[in-house]
Structures are given as C-alpha cells and as structure tokens.
Design a protein around this ligand. Structure first.
Ligand SMILES: C[S@@+](CC[C@H](N)C(=O)[O-])C[C@H]1O[C@@H](n2cnc3c(N)ncnc32)[C@H](O)[C@@H]1O
Length: 276
C-alpha cells in the first residue's frame, strides 16, 4: 500500500522519478562496484524454438547466458557489424561488452544516468571500440545523425517521458538507422506505449511479444539469481535481493507469468528521407 502510494507520486513527478532511479542505480554500483561477476541487470531471454542450437558463448560469459541472450535477441533484429552504435541505459556494461565483442560494431558508446555504473563499466571493460559515459536518455549528449543503430534494453520503464526519449533516439540516428528496443510494461500500459511508438516518427519494422521467453529465462536462471543475491547481501535483506533479481515466485516473474505484465521487443527505423 505504501509502495503503491510512493509509485503513484513517482509516476506523476518526473524529476523525482529520474532522481530516484539515479540514486538507486548509483547505490547499487557503489555498494557492489567490485563485483566483476555481475555485469547485467535484465530479466533475460530463453529461445523456445525446438532444435535451435544454444547461443555459443565463451566460458567466461556462460554464467550470464540468459541476460546476454536478451541482448543477442534484440541486437540481431538487424545487423550492427561495422556500425556506430549507441546503447542507452547500459547499466553495468555487460550487454554492451557482449555486443562489442561478438557482433563487431565499429564503435559502441554506452550511456547511463548512473555515474557510478559508468565508472564501473569503464573499469571493467577495456576494448578500443567500447566506451561508457554519463548521459540522460531524454537529452542525449550527441549531435544529430551520429549513430547507425541505437540499443535500449529494460531501461525505458524508468524514464519520465518516453516521448522525449523516442524523439532523442530519432534525432541521433542517421536516416535509415535502426532502433533495437526491448522492455516490459503492465498490461494496462500497453496502449499508451504503442501510441508513443506510433507518434515517434520511427517506422515499426518488427514487434515480438517475448513474455514467454522471459518467463522461461527467469525459471531456468532462478537458482543463479537467488545464489547471486545471497553472495552480495545477507539476511534479512536477501528477500529484497530476490525481488530485485527476479527470483521465481517474486513479483515480476509472477506478473509476467499471469499475463498482467508483458515484455516486448521492437525493431524501429528512422525513415530514409527523415531529417530531424
Ligand atoms: C534494469 S537496468 C538495465 C541495464 C542494462 N540495460 C542491462 O540490461 O543490464 C536499467 C538501467 O537504466 C538506467 N537508467 C534509468 N534512467 C535512465 C535515464 N533517464 N537515462 C539513462 N539511463 C537511465 C539505470 O541507471 C540502469 O542502469
């Protein structure tokens, strides 16, 4: 009840919403800044098609297979090899690192609102083609038409104005450039989400409902998520870690499994003739 009232205030106070998420992710990055085995913060993706070989990963990447697979799913909706790529909401940098190392863009810049998550990412990854910097999704610190592709994974639910974010994505993309986008929403929020996408001026090329893939990933990954939470916080706080990391039986997996929440992926494109 108190949590619901808090969220009601948060949803109606954009500056408070931004500050709250910045404080939360800054806290995580400073409290857990030396934990190199935890590099992704999304709910993951599991391929449900029978007979599809598993994603080939280096042994060092195996532990975070499902969160990496979500990046693989969304980043391969269109080619990124040789592209200038921007990731918005790069978190602890593990997804950007996967894309940079396996999918070979010419350059990948990850930006995040949390200065401390950016510092962690720059400490953790040393690749010439990969760099992280502070930035706000609604005011991207780049000139017009400076990227071929933009990636955004499980971050836009934090933004006070999704319309301003889409306008910024369109502005920094080159004409014909792609927006690889995935996130979750409560069922009653889907109509507004689709309206914002339709009004963005970006063309919708692909839309997938990947809720079942995310539910299955959370199921397969639950023991690792529970154990990871216990490695970084002790009782009684481990129950909070379970909620945050999406251990089976907690709020987010339950909402996704019951259909009260959905997880979608999209490929959008800036029209070839577009200027703004
Ligand atoms: C759930 S985490 C996902 C991180 C990463 N995409 C991943 O999958 O591991 C959401 C991230 O969005 C970032 N974020 C929230 N609001 C933001 C904003 N307005 N601009 C840029 N990043 C933001 C947070 O700091 C956090 O790192």
């Amino acid at each position: 009840m108190i949590a619901d009232a808090f969220l009601w205030v948060l949803n109606r106070t954009p500056s408070l919403r931004r500050a709250m998420w910045r404080t939360f992710f800054d806290f995580l990055a400073s409290r857990f800044g030396d934990i190199s085995w935890w590099t992704l913060m999304n709910y993951g993706y599991a391929d449900l098609q029978v007979g599809v070989p598993p994603l080939e990963l280096l042994p060092a990447d195996e532990a975070e297979r499902y969160p990496i697979a979500l990046y693989h799913h969304v980043a391969t909706l269109a080619p990124v090899a040789g592209h200038d790529v921007l990731e918005v909401g790069s978190g602890r940098g593990g997804g950007a690192s996967y894309v940079a190392r396996y999918l070979k863009p010419a350059r990948l810049v990850g930006i995040d609102l949390s200065v401390k998550a950016v510092a962690f990412s720059n400490r953790q990854y040393r690749l010439d083609s990969l760099h992280f910097q502070e930035g706000d999704a609604e005011s991207l610190p780049f000139s017009d038409a400076s990227f071929d592709s933009v990636i955004n994974v499980e971050s836009s639910f934090c933004y006070p104005s999704i319309g301003r974010f889409f306008a910024e994505v369109k502005r920094v993309l080159r004409p014909g450039g792609h927006f690889h986008y995935t996130d979750l929403r409560l069922t009653h929020e889907i109509a507004d989400w689709h309206t914002a996408i339709a009004e963005s001026g970006l063309e919708a090329i692909i839309e997938h409902d990947i809720t079942a893939n995310v539910v299955e990933a959370l199921h397969r990954d639950s023991a690792r998520r529970r154990a990871g939470g216990r490695r970084i916080v002790s009782r009684p706080f481990s129950a909070i870690a379970d909620v945050f990391t999406g251990v089976e039986g907690t709020r987010i997996p339950s909402l996704l499994a019951s259909g009260e929440m959905v997880y979608y992926s999209f490929l959008l494109r800036k029209p070839s003739g577009a200027t703004g």
